[in-house]
Design a protein around this ligand. Structure first.
Ligand SMILES: O=P(O)(O)O[C@@H]1C[C@H](O)[C@@H](CO)O1
Ligand SMILES: O=c1cc[nH]c(=O)[nH]1
Length: 302
């Protein structure tokens, strides 16, 4: 349970160049502090939900409205609140924001910079960021919800490496352990198969995840299996493409964050995702139920 101090905490940026009263253009999410009233639009935000695809985030917002009985502004319905860009979409249902992050670390990290600035300028307090995604599992039944404890890069190290001004910078990629535990308990209470473990985050779906079915593959089946086994022994139970940036950026800024992703396949058994869309939607529904239980437990929707 979040403490009173956590609930009052504002998002604090880690950038001495930024003045509080600045004019700021959040270019990729199409928001401008001179044209939009950030406090009125986003000041009440408590949870920011993220996932790769735009339609999935729209569905998530619709499902949360139905599941939690959230009342929308009269005559407005659920609308994309960032229509000035087609990079991302964003829906707001009461204090919940649902935004898509695209695929991979560069796409989610641009979004995270702009979302953190947005939440800070809006004066939002006690905000939690949660990614709801899909992933490959290691030794898990498809449909298992993986809640990341930390994220490992493709060298199985728990940090995000970047080159800033030409110099290597490493940022620790860990998630809030209390929040991860809380989500795991909620899953268990709902009888949803879930684990909390390390997540491998790569910058590619094919070769970096050890798939032999990409357009290029220069390793053997034995090497593939050895890599997946090594990841498993390092504590990895799922593989995806965004958790490293989510963990590193939120940890650096002190934003409470979690990454939940449902497994679409067991990578020890296969490389191709062969599930049909209705089953994927059913699996994603498991994360919606955990998320809804989390939001209910926080009493933030009135
Ligand atoms: O949240 P989603 O399901 O979009 O994320 C995973 C990781 C990659 O972005 C993508 C690869 O298929 O799916
Ligand atoms: O295997 C998978 C499935 C979904 N997303 C990934 O990044 N990998």
């Amino acid at each position: 349970m979040a403490s009173t101090r956590d609930q009052a905490a504002q998002v604090r940026l880690a950038n001495p160049h930024l003045q509080d009263d600045r004019h700021d253009v959040l270019y990729h999410i199409g928001l401008d502090s001179r044209k939009h009233d950030f406090k009125a639009m986003f000041g009440d935000t408590k949870v920011v939900c993220m996932g790769g695809s735009s339609n999935r985030m729209k569905r998530l917002a619709e499902d949360l409205v139905a599941e939690l009985g959230i009342r929308l502004p009269t005559g407005q319905g659920l609308v994309n609140v960032i229509p000035n860009t087609d990079r991302y979409v964003m829906y707001k249902a009461g204090p919940i924001v649902c935004v898509n992050h695209g695929m991979g670390i560069p796409s989610i990290s641009i979004l995270l910079h702009e979302l953190a600035k947005l939440m800070s300028l809006a004066g939002a307090t006690g905000v939690t960021f949660i990614r709801l995604g899909t992933c490959g599992g290691l030794g898990l039944e498809p449909g298992t919800v993986c809640i990341s404890s930390r994220s490992l890069n493709s060298q199985l190290q728990s940090h995000l490496s970047q080159f800033i001004l030409g110099q290597p910078v490493q940022r620790e990629a860990v998630f809030d352990s209390d929040l991860a535990r809380e989500l795991l308990q909620l899953a268990s209470g709902l009888n949803i198969e879930a684990v909390s473990a390390a997540t491998l985050c790569t910058s590619d779906f094919y070769e970096e995840q050890g798939r032999t079915d990409g357009a290029i593959c220069e390793f053997s089946m034995e090497q593939r299996n050895e890599f997946l086994q090594r990841a498993f022994e390092a504590g990895v139970r799922n593989i995806e493409m965004e958790s490293l940036a989510l963990a590193a950026i939120t940890h650096r800024l002190g934003i409470r964050a979690a990454c939940m992703a449902v497994t679409l396949l067991d990578r020890f058994k296969q490389d191709q995702v062969q599930l049909d869309h209705s089953l994927i939607a059913q699996f994603e529904g498991r994360m919606l139920r955990i998320l809804a239980a989390f939001i209910r437990s926080r009493n933030i929707c009135g």
